[in-house]
Design a protein around this ligand. Sequence first.
Ligand code: SF4
Ligand code: F3S
Length: 105
Amino acid sequence: TYIVTDACVRCKFMDCVEVCPVDCFYEGENFLVINPDECIDCGVCEPECPIDAIKPDTEDEADGKWLRINAEYAKVWPNITVKGEPPADRADFERETGKFEKYFS
Ligand code: SF4
Ligand code: F3S
């Protein structure tokens, strides 16, 4: 499966959602996730993200943390299939790291 990682938090470009052939993105206020049970591993979304937030789960540098986060939030957030308006202040967060911990706790 592919997963969305920290770079997406508060940037949320949403260029990824419309290319997914199985519509398996789910939307929170500040972040998107992929449902690992629905992702068919096609890889089409990965190059769409302008800030490289999407990776195969084999490249989850945090020992499975991002896979767990994607699976957990995909259960509770609504499905998204159409690109919305990205946050106006997203440029302020593009180079920041550790955003999930800062903005989700
Ligand atoms: Fe959708 Fe393919 Fe990306 Fe999985 S890898 S989320 S199926 S576009
Ligand atoms: Fe996030 Fe990149 Fe999609 S910033 S919403 S994973 S295009």
